[in-house]
Design a protein around this ligand. Structure first.
Ligand SMILES: [Zn+2]
Length: 324
């Protein structure tokens, strides 16, 4: 089985320990209108990313997935350059962001052509996944599906269907952005549209402290994202750690995805530099707390090595005895 990266396909066995939700560079639509923000050259951005990734290599990681949507500053050439300089695998996504953050472009396009929009978006995803994108025609590894707090809106219900159509046409897995609510319902919708549950990550589920909510996602067969370690303004790490510990103790380690949602650097100045760029935080600060609570290091290693490989290879989930 081959996995797509910013520098072409690799074998699944080459993935190694993988962080499944980090961002090299973010650029929210409109960033270039902020003329007071510091000017950052591409070389500056590349060097910052290289420095961060050298830390990850030293910490035993060899790959990361940057699931940035196309309209949040996805920069495939930068990923390829950083990957070439570090020998680190960088996987990326196709997808557009949720209604709130998608910016005017996609909302305008929907208002202009409501009947054709869903098909247009699905076709774009399929073309990127099958033909590649950018000058080197590299292919995304996943479909990013970003849902806000109103997935029943026209924009987001069409986004969900477009992602499912592209997933069914190509076999690509889906990683979902959620606001920590409604991920269980989103998983049900995707399953009803024909997407296997074990090919879906319900991202940012750690935004909810509700263990019954977490349970519904894993019992539904999906992967659950505890992928914002270190973002205490959304949820305190103590709550995240406790929720994760419960899932691991209850036998769901094979369905857990752990990451940080870091931004190594940015265009414009959305957030202070280095506010959240330490993708070794879990390994350094959270893993010891879990070990104190009886979680083995081999279980933590398996979360970073085996779960990503199983997800990308479309293997059914051993926890639930088969795919749904
Ligand atoms: Zn993210």
């Amino acid at each position: 089985m081959q996995i797509q990266t910013a520098n072409g396909p690799i074998s699944a066995s080459a993935l190694g320990a993988t962080l499944m939700h980090e961002h090299l560079v973010m650029a929210l639509a409109g960033w270039d209108s902020d003329t007071s923000a510091p000017v950052r050259t591409t070389e500056d951005l590349v060097q910052r990313c290289v420095d961060r990734i050298e830390e990850l290599k030293a910490g035993g990681f060899s790959s990361l997935l940057d699931p940035l949507p196309n309209d949040l500053g996805r920069d495939i050439e930068l990923y390829a350059e950083v990957s070439a300089r570090t020998g680190f695998n960088i996987l990326f996504a196709t997808g557009i962001y949720n209604e709130h953050f998608a910016g005017p472009y996609w909302r305008f396009k929907l208002a202009w052509d409501p009947a054709g929009w869903e098909e247009y978006v699905a076709s774009m995803y399929v073309r990127e996944l099958t033909e590649g994108v950018g000058p080197s025609k590299v292919k995304p590894a996943v479909i990013k599906l970003a849902i806000g707090r109103n997935p029943e809106s026209e924009f987001e219900s069409k986004l969900i269907k477009a992602a499912a159509t592209a997933a069914n046409a190509t076999g690509a897995p889906i990683v979902a952005h959620t606001e920590g609510v409604g991920g269980d319902l989103l998983l049900d919708k995707l399953k009803a549209l024909g997407v296997p549950a074990h090919h879906v990550i319900i991202g940012h589920s750690c935004g909810s402290p509700d263990k019954a909510y977490h349970r519904r996602i894993v019992e539904g067969g999906g992967y659950i994202g505890f992928d914002r370690f270190g973002i205490n303004m959304i949820q305190r790490d103590e709550v995240r750690t406790d929720g994760l510990c419960s899932l691991l103790q209850d036998g769901y380690a094979q369905q857990v995805i752990v990451s940080h949602d870091c931004a190594f650097c940015q265009r414009g100045q959305m957030i202070p530099d280095d506010l959240h760029s330490d993708a070794m935080h879990f390994t350094r600060n959270i893993a010891p707390r879990l070990r104190e609570r009886g979680i083995s290091q081999s279980m933590l290693d398996s979360i970073f090595k085996d779960n990503p490989r199983r997800y990308f290879c479309n293997e059914s989930n051993p926890t639930i005895g088969g795919g749904i």
